[in-house]
Design a binder for this molecule. Structure first.
Ligand code: F3S
Length: 771
């Protein structure tokens, strides 16, 4: 399909391939007999490699939640912490450049403490080796490199790369932020990113579609953040699992593009695959104000001619949630889980009932979730009201701009001055306190006393912000956070309560007002933070990884399958919950993300031994006790393959690929459980570990550490190319010599069998590329 809109050369890599997508959509419609489609389906299915294969059942109800889609994403974005392993894996494939445009963003490794200048300098010094590695990868493979200080991945993607109808992957769980501009943007691990970077089909089980019908209009103190904090309360942290959340209805019209991004960003908090919005005037305004009017024109054209960027009339949703924005009130979510949602009118009572601290200890706004011009200007409107009556903040207040463009624009418009003259500390354009890089000086990390902070961030797990397990993070809008810093009282409700002024008068805030977009347009800010547009891969660039480095390590390909049945001993029988945090702890281990050997010393250190009740303890065949990683290393050195036996939902939590990479690196061959978290099961397959599930759960009780497990029909399964599932028989031999057979099930597809045979998905891709 040819479009009339001319896209200038410099915008080609940033514009979704609309002509190609519309042609595919025609093909999809034909296969599906013109069934009405949701917006999410239109975008996903127009990115299918072969619609006739993925949609062969010809009926959306037989595809959603059932079929695997093989997709060709348009773009990839990677943040500094996860980009290291993604690029180390990409390097092993031997390609000269990436198959799709990609970008690297240095944001997670930057501390928030003393303000932008000092923090940036010290973080660059601490992480120089990693930043240099990422930059040289960018130059070698033609990936755009956004260095430290340029901004947070999701804000930069929204300002530069997201577009209506785009499909992208990002190595960060809040990648769905880009859905605020009508894209389908999915957070993945490094190995999945490598699929897209190498042009290998990326596989996704067709999500179900959860419709959120917005009616009414936002007003007063209520902001877009309250839509998602309310929804999290309604649906819980697992309510969106397996779904794409698609918003629709009249109420969407009262939202700004950046407000929609906030909502999509926090769709990750309900476990959704991603979230998206239909094309709006607000999208057009945002595209134009961020200098992308040609993309706005093209989006207009594909929408008006082909109805591409909104759902068809009568499209069906698997579930619909109704929200009347006119009746919605601000919400405060937390502590410790983003789905514990309390309307502001009931928060005072909740504080008393739950015995949460009486005072707020700090307020933080910004991050990738809420750092738009609109957010900042609404916060300033509250600060100015306080300033006018001589009210001073009672608690520390921190502001994190999402990008250099935002920072420079709010500086030009005097907002930074107003923040600072009213006591706020403006931090670097980076993740800082949102990802535990808050070097807080007022309360120690080990303090046993609980304290409460109010933030406009998206996650509030224990110890996430300041490393202190007793810090309760309450998530809410920047408006409520800002009002809170002037009261400091947890029971304060700015919608109805007053604050006593020094002269004894009562002062009450008026609802905040802000500008959707800067009246004088955005300014880009300091040029040194901007990368080369459309970089060209330069083979001559050396990517240096020192063999002495403790932060980075080149990857050695895992060995291919030897063609034999698997024979391995049970190294550990895990009891109860075993999340990716138990399997591959974060915190201090984050700095080793690019060094597989060093990070692997954390493998399963959080797991509980079923037989002894101990955490991080495993026993050798002769009874000698070790930490779990120590025994893994010992058995690897002894040439003894091992397996782990565990219970339900093994590997729940994030998409952390180290939870699969590290066991594989230390000699793990097989994980046998009562059930898997889907993403972790896929990650294991991608790293060449065989995931099996007990057919009869009671067999878990028959196994002990040290037992020898031998598959008896693995070769047969491989010869059948997996067949998308079936039985694998496992012969169990106890130390006493007694033996018996148990049945287990697998879910291997043909592609996954290829990964297994090659030793890993990356090996398989490398083999294909070299062939
Ligand atoms: Fe960074 Fe926090 Fe967002 S870690 S990407 S600001 S969720």
């Amino acid at each position: 399909v040819e479009l009339n809109t001319e896209i200038p050369q410099s915008f080609k890599s940033r514009t979704p391939p609309y002509g190609k997508l519309i042609s595919k959509l025609h093909q999809v419609k034909e296969i599906l007999n013109n069934q009405p489609l949701t917006l999410a389906e239109k975008i996903l299915y127009s990115h299918l490699i072969d619609p006739s294969e993925s949609l062969k059942h010809g009926d959306v109800s037989k595809i959603r939640g059932l079929e695997y889609l093989k997709l060709n994403p348009d773009r990839v974005a990677m943040q500094d912490a996860s980009a290291q392993m993604a690029l180390l894996q990409f390097m092993t494939c031997g390609l000269k450049s990436t198959a799709v445009p990609a970008s690297i963003h240095c944001d997670h490794l930057i501390v928030g403490k003393d303000g932008e200048k000092k923090d940036l300098k010290s973080s660059i010094a601490t992480n120089k080796e990693v930043f240099d590695f990422l930059q040289s990868c960018g130059e070698k493979y033609g990936i755009q490199f956004w260095g430290p200080g340029s901004g947070i991945i999701h804000q930069i993607v929204l300002e530069n790369f997201s577009a209506p109808g785009l499909m992208m992957l990002g190595t960060d769980s809040h990648t769905p932020n880009a859905g605020g501009l009508g894209a389908i943007a999915i957070g993945v691990g490094g190995a999945d990113a490598v699929d897209a970077l190498t042009g290998t089909p990326w596989e996704l089980k067709a999500p179900k579609i959860l419709g959120v019908h917005l009616t009414g209009e936002l007003n007063g103190w209520t902001s877009p953040k309250d839509i998602i904090t309310y929804l999290a309360g309604e649906l819980s942290v697992r309510g969106g699992t397996g779904f794409i959340v698609e918003y629709f209805g009249e109420g969407v019209k009262s939202l700004s593009c950046t407000g929609m991004a906030t909502i999509c960003n926090m769709g990750a908090e309900i476990g959704a695959t991603t979230s998206t919005f239909p094309y709006q005037e607000a999208h057009k305004r945002y595209l134009i104000s961020t200098n992308r009017s040609s993309i706005a024109q093209a989006a207009d054209e594909v929408n008006s001619k082909y109805n591409f960027l909104k759902a068809d009339v009568n499209a069906s949703y698997d579930k619909v949630v109704e929200i009347d924005l006119s009746k919605l009130e601000p919400h405060v979510n937390g502590p410790f889980t983003p789905d514990l949602s309390t309307p502001i009118s009931k928060f005072g009572t909740a504080q008393l009932e739950n015995q949460w601290p009486e005072n707020v200890s700090a307020g933080l706004i910004g991050s990738c979730t809420n750092s738009s011009y609109q957010d900042m200007s609404r916060s300033i409107s509250i600060i100015k009201q306080a300033e006018a009556v001589g009210l001073k903040p009672k608690i520390p207040f921190f502001v994190t701009p999402g990008s250099e463009q935002i920072r420079a624009t709010i500086e030009r418009d005097g907002l930074i001055d107003t923040f600072q003259s009213n006591g706020a500390i403006v931090l670097a354009n980076a993740c800082g306190p949102c990802i535990g890089q808050w070097d807080r000086t007022d309360i120690s990390k080990t303090s046993n006393e609980t304290n409460a902070i109010f933030t406009s961030f998206n996650r509030n797990f224990r110890a996430r912000n300041d490393g202190n397990r007793n810090t309760m993070n309450f998530l809410t809008s920047p408006d409520i956070v800002t009002a809170m810093i002037y009261s400091g009282d947890m029971k304060f409700n700015p919608l109805k309560d007053s604050i006593k002024l020094p002269n004894g008068e009562d002062f009450k805030f008026q609802p905040p007002k802000g500008d959707e977009l800067p009246g004088n347009g955005f300014v880009p800010g300091r040029g040194e933070f901007y990368p080369v547009q459309d970089p060209i891969a330069d083979e001559s660039v050396e990517v240096n990884v020192s063999p002495e480095s403790t932060r980075l390590q080149l990857l050695e390909p895992f060995k291919p399958w030897n063609g034999q049945e698997l024979k391995s001993n049970v190294l550990l029988k895990v009891e109860g919950k075993c999340t990716t945090d138990h399997i591959s702890a974060a915190g201090v281990w984050l700095k080793y993300k690019g060094h597989l050997e060093n990070i692997s010393y954390n493998t399963l250190i959080g797991a509980q031994n079923k037989e002894t009740g101990e955490v991080n303890k495993a026993y050798d065949l002769n009874g000698d006790g070790y930490t779990i990683p120590e025994l893994m290393i010992k058995w690897k050195e002894d040439g003894r393959p091992w397996n782990v036996v565990a219970e339900h939902n093994y590997g729940e939590g994030s998409a952390r690929e180290h939870a699969a990479l590290s066991p594989r690196f230390l000699g793990g061959k097989l994980i046998l459980v009562k059930s898997f978290a889907r993403i972790h099961e896929t990650n294991l397959k991608k790293q060449g570990v065989l995931p099996l599930t007990f057919k009869n759960e009671a067999d878990y009780d028959r196994l002990s550490s040290g037992d020898l497990l031998e598959t008896t029909n693995l070769i047969d399964m491989v010869e059948k190319n997996g067949d998308n599932g079936g039985i694998i028989n496992v012969k169990v031999t106890k130390k006493s010599g007694e033996s018996f057979i148990i049945e287990t099930t697998h879910t291997m597809s043909k592609d996954q069998v290829d990964f297994f045979k090659a030793g890993s998905a990356i090996n398989h891709i490398g083999n294909l590329r070299r062939a």
